[in-house]
Design a protein around this ligand. Structure first.
Ligand code: AMP
Length: 442
């Protein structure tokens, strides 16, 4: 499917192509034609699926036709739980509506009333609002919702969690009953279903399953790193000595992403950076270069890599661990796509211990630790179950006896079949790798 198939106004398709979007995302493919037909929609879709454009584009299309209603109130009203989301939606309206004359504004709690009253005293096309402050204006008679043609409830489940149920009902009651209502929610439970039953009229159901990742065919490994320079040495060893055909290296910040890419480039690797500060066009170009095999290493932040679909990624390397465990699963799902096998390697420093534990709890197992001879950590990491066990600490627990899971020190696999890489280490103290059992993690 292409965007042209939606037959949107030329100003809108031009803006989309300037964003560098090649084709609609699944939620857009399903929701846009439905919304254009005037039907109510009940969609389960999460952030990151492209859901904002799924309701903003049809809303803009509606604005290309003059309103038959007199008055100055908004024609499109978007309710959203948080100011961050409100800002993102307003940005999307400006971006996709940049070639049109669209008057839009935000109504948020915690902001001066004066500015909002000024906004509401002149004609406006689109209002993005959090329910609490909008109710204030409604009750004071400062906003008239009788011109509303489309009511969008974005992240409805979160609005209900935040206690906005009554406010949303009141706002909907102030809009004309013949309006179109589009409801988006990451989850659908009894509460959201009830809200939908109250506010939607025979809605079309759209379900976009969150990206399902079965990690069975992805081999996951962990390297404990003493510090940043240790991480750099581990990374170099891996990309120089292993069969890393195409890899994504995840780093925590945009700045680190850029500097790591610059360093790797200086060392002669074919590499590019990918992060949220780049324009969508530049991101797409980079991804296309990766797809075509022109880039071997992509250094990326989570924001840019979500949903990235490039086949043939042999390795995902977490140079920094993600704070959110879900992001770990998203990241490793970049490899092993379409049934292929893949390897996900994570580096963890002591500062990242809590992230590691969060990830292990989330995936329900511990990441097997590996060591590269000559690049072992000086300080082993005490993981969850060793800390639970009390005083002794890792080395004292195993002093004098080498557990089956410990790496062999002769370069051959250890007793547990563990792999070690590279040349044998010449002189090092006893290094013990502790791998807690999955059951220890709960
Ligand atoms: P959302 O789920 O609406 O928060 O969108 C997530 C991200 O996807 C945003 O950065 C959008 O700019 C981007 N996006 C939306 N639609 C498309 C598309 N069709 N192709 C590529 N990126 C898109």
């Amino acid at each position: 499917m292409t965007f042209t198939q939606f037959e949107l106004a030329a100003q809108i398709t031009q803006a989309i192509s300037e964003c560098g979007y090649e084709k609609p995302t699944p939620i857009q493919s399903q929701a846009i034609p439905m919304a254009l037909s005037g039907r109510d929609i009940l969609a389960s879709a999460q952030t990151g699926t492209g859901k904002t454009a799924a309701f903003v584009l049809p809303a803009l299309q509606r604005l290309t036709v003059r309103s038959t209603q007199r008055g100055i109130g908004p024609r499109i009203l978007v309710l959203t739980p948080t100011r961050e989301l409100a800002k993102q939606i307003t940005d999307a309206v400006r971006l996709y509506g940049r070639h049109m004359r669209v008057r839009s504004g935000v109504i948020l709690g915690g902001m001066p009333y004066r500015e909002q009253l000024r906004l509401l005293s002149s004609p406006v096309d689109i209002i993005v609002a959090t329910p609490g402050r909008l109710i204030d204006h409604l009750e004071r008679g400062k906003i008239n919702l009788s011109r509303v043609e489309v009511l969008v409830l974005d992240e409805a489940d979160r609005m209900l969690d935040m206690g906005f149920s009554e406010d949303v009902d009141k706002i909907a009651a102030a809009c004309p009953p013949e309006r179109q209502t589009l409801m988006f929610s990451a989850t659908m439970d009894r509460e959201t279903s009830r809200l939908a039953a109250r506010l939607l009229n025979n809605p079309e159901r759209i379900e976009i399953a969150p990206e399902k990742i079965t990690a069975d065919h992805i081999e996951q490994r962990l390297h404990v790193a003493d510090d940043l320079s240790h991480k750099h040495r581990l990374l170099r060893h891996l990309i120089d000595n292993h069969d890393v055909r195409k890899a994504i290296i995840f780093s925590a910040t945009k700045r680190d992403t850029d500097s790591l890419a610059v360093e790797l480039k200086a060392e002669g690797h074919s590499v590019a950076a990918l992060h949220g500060d780049m324009t969508q066009g530049a991101r797409n170009k980079t991804i296309e270069a990766m797809r075509r095999g022109k880039i071997r290493l992509l250094v990326a932040t989570d924001v840019a890599a979500r949903g990235l679909d490039v086949s043939g990624i042999s390795h995902v390397i977490n140079f920094d661990l993600p704070k959110a465990a879900e992001d770990y699963v998203h990241r490793i799902g970049r490899t092993g796509r379409a049934g292929a096998s893949g390897i996900a390697i994570s580096f963890a420093s002591i500062k990242e211990l809590s992230y590691l534990e969060r990830i292990e709890r989330y995936i329900g197992k511990s990441l097997p630790e590996e060591q590269i001879p000559g690049l072992e950590p000086v300080r082993p990491m005490q993981r969850l179950s060793t800390r639970k066990s009390g005083s002794g600490g890792i080395n004292s627990r195993y002093a004098g006896k080498r557990p089956a899971s410990a790496p062999a020190r002769n370069g051959k696999p250890g007793a547990a079949g563990k792999k070690t890489w590279g040349k044998p280490r010449k002189s090092s103290g006893p290094v013990v790798v502790y791998r807690p059992a999955a059951s220890d993690m709960n």
